[in-house]
Design a protein around this ligand. Structure first.
Ligand code: SF4
Length: 381
């Protein structure tokens, strides 16, 4: 059995050009787009989706701000500012547990958290701040190659995330490995929505307030696109979407990426989840997202945009068109604007995708075709 790539009617390049010309004629307005990579992902190098979309949008004359919020979040976690916030949350957490203990007997894990919170003194946190800054320096410098120092730095990251977990309990913040658990099930939409509103465990609400909201206030983009690779990123993404809609209701919010593509049959049936954003781009995103941005700028219907699920006053709709990129004609990724010096590795790594689809396509267990609408294609290097 070959990998199945067909996903409905394929839009031709000529049709795409016609739609882009219609948007241009209706408005011609150049748009400001903010692209966001959400937590949690190991912050070793930029994820390729943002630079890939950026190059296509900039080539069409649109302004792009790239925000690797995942990287910024870890840089913030291991900083004086964040750890002092943790310290300020300690009395509030002890008070919460004390009140809870008057209503019912605390569970064993709650008593453990209570005891551990008592150990978070001003002196301990001051020492942890110094260790966290040193650990960041180690992973970003040649000291990374000293195995003992690297192990010490990784253990400091674990110690810090363990401490953060105490003030967001029962959430378990974890890095490395990337196994943060907000104590909700990610693929149950009602739990996802509950997690979004949970101010006790949802650390991403604070990440939004401190990192993303000020950036949006400063830039005032027309469109925000959030790229999701892992299922776990749905928690941070839906939190960001909900808070963007609360504070900036006029910004068009789009989600995309591999996880969104795999949820394409489920999303239209989840209006309560879809209410948090305006549209979703599935499969390959370059042409679809550019066309979406230009259609939003021109105030045109999104029905002609391929690879898109969108919401309007009438409900949630799926575009009948799909589009697969001609890789040879795509520009190289554009990393300008990303803080490359902040990634947690001593060497700079810039990812580059030279092929899409699979040349073989015959492995029975493989679901590679779920993410694409066309087979093997290559790009000149
Ligand atoms: S070679 Fe890899 S991508 Fe291709 S069908 Fe087999 S498992 Fe899937």
């Amino acid at each position: 059995m070959r990998v199945e790539y067909s996903k409905g009617e394929r839009a031709s390049r000529g049709l795409i050009q016609l739609h882009r010309q219609a948007s241009e004629a209706a408005s011609g307005r150049k748009m400001k787009v903010m692209l966001v990579f959400p937590p949690d992902w190991y912050p070793s190098e930029p994820y390729l989706s943002l630079p890939s979309l950026t190059s296509v949008l900039r080539a069409a004359g649109h302004q792009v701000i790239q925000k690797d919020i995942n990287l910024e979040m870890y840089d913030w976690y291991f900083s004086e500012d964040f750890l002092k916030r943790v310290l300020r949350r300690v009395p509030q957490q002890l008070d919460r547990l004390r009140k809870l203990s008057k209503k019912r007997e605390l569970a064993e894990w709650e008593r453990d958290v209570q005891l551990a919170l008592c150990d978070l003194t001003r002196e301990y946190i001051a020492e942890l701040i110094k260790k966290a800054e040193t650990a960041k320096h180690i992973v970003r410098s040649q000291e990374f190659y000293d195995a003992d120092k690297l192990e010490w730095a990784i253990n400091v990251f674990r110690e810090v995330t363990g401490v953060i977990s105490l003030v967001y309990a029962p959430a378990r913040i974890c890095m490395p490995p990337m196994e943060t658990d907000l104590s909700y099930k990610v693929f149950v939409s009602s739990e996802l929505l509950d997690a979004v509103q949970d101010i006790q465990v949802n650390v991403y609400r604070d990440v939004f307030e401190h990192l993303l909201k000020p950036a949006i206030e400063a830039e005032r983009p027309d469109v925000i696109g959030i790229s999701i690779v892992l299922q776990q990123q749905l928690f941070s993404t839906m939190t960001f979407c909900a808070l963007i809609k609360q504070h900036f209701p006029n910004i068009h919010v789009t989600i995309g990426g591999n996880t969104v593509t795999r949820l394409r049959d489920v999303l239209p049936d989840k209006p309560e989840l879809f209410a948090l954003f305006d549209s979703a781009v599935v499969y390959e995103g370059e042409t679809a997202f550019l066309q979406l941005v230009e259609a939003v700028g021109a105030g045109r219907e999104l029905t002609s945009v391929p690879n898109v699920i969108y919401r309007d006053a009438m409900g949630i709709h799926m575009s009948p068109l799909s589009f697969a990129e001609d890789m040879a004609s795509l520009p190289p990724p554009d990393f300008d604007g990303l803080p490359l010096e902040k990634y947690f590795l001593p060497e700079r790594i810039l990812p580059y995708l030279a092929t899409r689809g699979c040349y073989w396509g015959r492995c029975e267990f493989c679901d590679h075709g779920e993410g694409y609408t066309a087979g093997y294609r290559t790009k000149k290097i």
